[in-house]
Ligand binder design. Structure first.
Ligand code: CO
Ligand code: ZN
Length: 332
């Protein structure tokens, strides 16, 4: 599983440019699903199992995209200005490395000025690809990239960019490999453009038309110095979402998940996230409405080039999903 996680997080795939990630995932899952397709927005939709008499159709969603940058201007000296794709934070930019989809690498520099503590805003930042001048600069307006940072294994924990949400993709891949036949029809959807507004999940939820939706994504934690009050921490189990900034889980789904976690005796946490949301939001309000929930992997430093998560939380999330999906679903 470590190798799978490392392979996934080290791929470059900002929103709208998820094809490398998608190709990798297709290779991983194609022998473990009944069918799969890629839709008009680039979502990878894989189906496993048939709806039995007591079964329902369940959509699982994890997003393939990551936050990134897009070039807006290259000056005469070959320095590229950029806009952000998704929730890139200025404080994580200067000194950061970027890898463009065309393979070109660069470092983010900041104009001088302000105090040493001041956080330069995006217009004061630029990407230096080492080009001599504009003509020789290998990136041009519209080229997109993402942060580059190699995977770091810390034993129980691991650090990388794009744990948001390649870790969700890893959970879904693993699940498709091990999930036994059951009464439910499972649609595992690897979504696009989550970081820019849940766009892939919106269209795929419409086409899948599920009876129940569950997203798997990262969540923030309250266990770092002076963090905001939040009960969730690393290594204390997957988090069952009660509410985030855009979605209130169906309370029946929360109870169903809690009961399953207790049955299989895994640690779990209850999550209330003040801001931010996941693909479950768009599933919930698709068509005539869908009961939804979300299982989160606790993650430190989300949207920085060095996010951190815990292996046991990931393993326990997979166990929880197996328990949830292999049986008839009763919500009450
Ligand atoms: Co995110
Ligand atoms: Zn995410």
């Amino acid at each position: 599983m470590k190798e799978l996680i490392q392979n996934l997080v080290e791929l470059t795939g900002p929103s709208g440019f998820e094809h490398n990630v998608r190709d990798f995932i297709i290779d991983e899952i194609k022998d473990h699903v009944d069918e799969y397709k890629v839709d008009n927005l680039g979502n990878l939709i894989a189906k496993k199992g048939k709806k039995g008499p007591k079964g329902i159709r369940i959509m699982l969603a994890a997003h393939m995209d990551e936050i990134g940058v897009i070039v807006t201007h290259v000056d005469e000296n070959g320095f590229a200005r950029f806009h952000t794709i998704g929730g890139v934070m200025e404080r994580n930019c200067a000194g950061g490395r970027v890898r463009f989809m065309n393979g070109v690498g660069g470092v983010i520099g900041a104009e001088p000025g302000g105090t040493r503590q001041a956080m330069p805003n995006i217009p004061k930042l630029y990407i230096d690809t080492g080009a001599k001048n504009k003509a020789e600069c290998k990136v041009k307006v519209g080229d997109v990239g993402a942060f580059e940072r190699t995977f770091m294994d810390l034993g129980d924990k691991f650090v990388s960019k794009a744990i948001d949400d390649r870790i969700g993709c890893a959970v879904l891949i693993e699940l498709l490999k091990i999930l036994p036949d059951g009464p439910n029809e499972i649609y595992a959807v690897f979504t696009t453009q989550e970081e820019v507004g849940l766009r892939g999940a919106t269209t795929s939820a419409y086409s899948v038309d599920p009876d129940l939706g569950i997203s798997i994504d990262v969540t923030l934690v309250g266990d770092t110095p002076k963090a905001n009050f939040m009960e969730v921490g690393l290594g204390k189990g997957p988090a069952i979402k009660i509410k985030d900034g855009g979605m209130i889980s169906d309370p029946r789904v929360v109870s169903w998940m809690e009961a399953a976690a207790k049955r299989i005796r895994i640690p779990y946490q209850l999550e209330i996230l003040a801001g931010g949301t996941t693909d479950a939001k768009s599933i919930q309000i698709s068509r005539e409405g869908v009961p939804v929930g979300c299982v989160s992997i606790p993650c430190r430093y989300v949207h920085s080039p060095s996010e951190m998560a815990d292996y046991t939380d990931v393993k326990n999330a997979i166990k929880l999903f197996v328990e949830l999906l292999k049986k008839p679903v009763k919500l009450n």
